[in-house]
Design a protein around this ligand. Structure first.
Ligand SMILES: Cc1cc2nc3c(=O)[nH]c(=O)nc-3n(C[C@H](O)[C@H](O)[C@H](O)COP(=O)(O)O)c2cc1C
Length: 393
């Protein structure tokens, strides 16, 4: 019985990927509230057939069956590799073993990266560079090098006859739900979360990639995770803002508090900012979903960190959060560090040492002994007012 659905996303172009409904973590780092998908596409020309990317380990058999529903894996001509990460490239050898005439098509960097993880079949690799094409007969595949989105070797593949762009992880979203963008109302927040987690550290490369594709006629945008966009502008427009680092009048507050003192300080600054018309998002790192924090980082203008001192430094959860914030390279312009200590302190200095070398201006810091008193909260309020003033300017 044919149990699999292989939607035809354009004429003779089929989605043959896999949906991982129950996966709950990615990269041992990112929670997946709706699972994810590993999108792979089969393009059938009049003479040749090409597969664009493969699937995550564990989905090979399903993948093979899907390909055979619309074509014959044995007769596959090209395997296009846009990105070497194992969720898209780990089935290269599985596919090429079963398609003896197939050739792997990727960039020079792609060969290097794929060789790290796979024993690539010698003599069956075609190296392509930006602008190169492959003719499938009535369908052309054009390759666009778009490095560092989010690995060194990433490239996009464009199919001009059907106006389909395959941008691999760029424009992706972690969700197993939906086939097309119109199926999911909450797609853009999911895509924003994905952008924050995966693409934000490479914002400048994202801007360059958008520049490279700006004159392409794109009717269908088929990324490697999440739904396929029949309305490409729905994701291209927010990507233009995110990659440019455009921020909102929004403050992200991330904090940890064991006995409530730091919490009182962050509540005070949150209320002050709200009164001043700043949009505020508060996450307690003890229970926060890292993906939600990453999503907020994409366009927050200020980040407020609250941490008590534990063993002469930051609370370990706050240390992790601060490290992550720094590594994700968000566009925030302003920072504030708040916290409480019992005897010698130390959290504030450690947080400052991590954050000060970033491009963020630290507008204020305050470390109080034990529970914050009236005058301490007054000082927190003053820092909040100063921050709101700078954010609006
Ligand atoms: C496990 C633990 C370790 C701590 N280590 C330190 C320390 O090294 N230096 C210090 O000044 N205070 C230390 N403290 C005291 C806390 O920083 C202090 O109780 C603070 O007010 C807690 O803030 P909170 O209510 O926001 O959790 C420690 C407290 C705990 C529970």
């Amino acid at each position: 019985m044919e149990i699999y659905s292989v939607p035809e996303i354009a004429k003779d172009v089929f989605w043959v990927g896999a949906k991982d409904w129950n996966r709950r973590m990615f990269d041992a780092l990112v929670p997946l509230p709706q699972g994810t998908s590993y999108n792979a596409y089969l393009v059938k020309g009049e003479e040749k057939t090409a597969l664009i990317d493969t699937v995550n380990p564990g989905f090979e058999e399903e993948f093979k069956e899907k390909i055979n529903l619309v074509s014959s894996l044995e007769k596959l001509d090209y395997l296009i590799m846009n990105h070497a990460e194992p969720d898209h490239a780990s089935a290269i050898c599985y596919i090429m073993d079963r398609a003896p005439g197939s050739v792997l098509v990727t960039t020079e960097r792609g060969v290097k990266m794929a060789s790290i993880y796979n024993d690539l079949p010698e003599g069956r690799i075609k190296v392509v560079a930006n602008g190169d094409t492959i003719d499938l007969g009535g369908k052309t595949l054009r390759f666009i090098e778009a490095p560092w989105l989010h690995w060194p070797e990433t490239m996009f593949t464009y199919l001009p006859e059907d106006k389909v762009l395959f941008p691999c992880d760029f424009f992706g979203a972690h969700t197993a739900q939906g086939v097309y963008d119109e199926d999911l109302e909450d797609l853009i927040p999911l895509a924003k979360r994905y952008y924050g987690e995966i693409m934000m550290p490479f914002g400048k490369m994202g801007t360059k990639a958008l520049e490279k594709i700006k004159d392409l006629d794109i009717a269908v945008l088929a990324p490697s995770h999440g739904p396929i966009y029949k309305n490409p502008q729905r994701i291209i427009e927010p990507y233009a803002k995110w990659t440019a680092g455009e921020t909102e009048n929004k403050a992200l507050i991330v904090y940890v508090s064991m006995w409530g003192s730091t919490k009182l300080m962050v509540r005070t600054i949150a209320e002050t900012l709200l009164k001043e018309g700043v949009d505020v998002r508060v996450y307690d790192l003890e229970v926060a979903d890292t993906g939600d924090v990453a999503r907020e980082l994409v366009d927050s203008r200020a980040i407020i960190l609250g941490t008590p001192t534990v063993l002469a430094g930051m609370h370990p959860l706050a240390l992790y959060g601060t490290y992550l914030v720094k590594a994700l390279n968000p566009p925030a312009k302003y920072g504030v560090i708040l916290g409480s200590f019992g005897w010698g302190g130390g959290a504030l200095k450690q947080a400052g040492d991590i954050l000060v070398p970033s491009k963020m201006e630290v507008v204020g810091t305050l470390q109080v002994k034990g529970k914050p008193r009236e005058e301490d909260l007054k000082r927190v309020e003053e820092i909040g007012l100063e921050l709101a003033r700078k954010m609006k300017a």
